[in-house]
Structures are given as structure tokens and as C-alpha cells.
Ligand binder design. Structure first.
Ligand SMILES: [Zn+2]
Length: 107
């Protein structure tokens, strides 16, 4: 006999282990790797670009997730965050240098 029948956690119907959804109630039986919605991706990338250090944590969170796409989203977010952090630091130093040299002209 087939003793590897699973039980649906919602309606307690016996379901085959290869089923992704319960045929009785439509419950998600396996953790289907959901694609990251495009709006979430855009939000993450904007966060990474506009507020550099803040993009790092969600980026790492996505990197830890299962699924190729989540890992890609995480990797892109981390790379964008690091890139824009470097740019912000460079701009800050450049601005400070210009500012200081302007001040020293007046002194
Ligand atoms: Zn069910």
C-alpha cells in the first residue's frame, strides 16, 4: 500500500506527496518558490540606490532565501547598495575637499 500519503493541514484530506495544491481545498501543500514581485524588486533597488546602507539588510535577507530568483534579487540589491555607498562616500569627500579648499582661499 502507498503509505506516503500526506494530510492537508487545512481540510485534513489525504493528498499525494507530489501534489502542490490540495485538490479538495486548494491549500498550498508545498512551499512553492514564489517569484519576487516586480514592484518589490523596484522598491528594493530604489532603496539600495537612494538610501545606500539601508538596502544591505533586505538584500542579505533575499540572498538567504530559497530560489534562484530571490538570490539574484538579493545579490543585485547588495551590489547596488555597495556601489551607491562608494559613490556617496566619494561625493562626500569630493564635496568636503572643494568646500575646504574654498574656505582656505578666503583665509
Ligand atoms: Zn485541503
Amino acid at each position: 500500500m502507498n503509505n506516503t500519503v500526506n494530510i492537508c493541514s487545512v481540510c485534513h484530506q489525504a493528498v499525494l506527496p507530489e501534489y502542490y495544491f490540495c485538490p479538495n481545498c486548494g491549500n498550498n501543500l508545498k512551499e512553492v518558490l514564489k517569484p519576487v514581485p516586480i514592484i518589490n524588486q523596484i522598491g528594493l533597488y530604489l532603496l539600495a540606490i537612494l538610501l545606500p546602507p539601508l538596502g544591505l539588510w533586505p538584500g542579505i535577507k533575499y540572498l538567504m532565501k530559497k530560489g534562484k530568483q530571490s538570490k539574484w534579487v538579493g545579490a543585485i540589491t547588495v551590489v547596488l547598495t555597495l556601489t551607491s555607498t562608494v559613490i556617496v562616500i566619494e561625493f562626500t569627500f569630493k564635496f568636503l575637499n572643494d568646500y575646504l579648499s574654498q574656505i582656505s582661499q578666503y583665509l
